[in-house]
Design a binder for this molecule. Sequence first.
Ligand SMILES: [Zn+2]
Length: 139
Amino acid sequence: MYTIACEAHFDAAHFLLGHPGKCSNIHGHRWRIRAYFGSESLIEDGGSKGMVMDFGEIKPALNRIADEFDHKLIVERDTLRSSTLLMLEEESFELKDVDFRPTAENFAKYIFDRLKDDGLDPSKVRVYESDDAYAEYSE
Ligand SMILES: [Zn+2]
């Protein structure tokens, strides 16, 4: 079994409404997202001969996802008052709203699904919230 992995990252803030600890407050992470692709065999001919797949097919999709979140405040929908949202927008802060609680676990599934939507077939997605903490999703 061969496995390749490709990584991208973004810097973004988030908070977890109702978390009993520090995570309920706005704080930032360098989120590292790593997608894995596995295959029993390698491509046998053409320009990608000897590869599971060309990294060049993965990187643009991963970078597109990272760019959507980079330097933004990630907000789970309906967790901030509309007056707060309005105030942040008036200050020109960029928000990225998501329909899931923005944990590393949920990000891993979200990114896995996005890559599938792009026609890719990851075996696993890992999301690092810090150098020593990550979550993974696979089917
Ligand atoms: Zn956090």
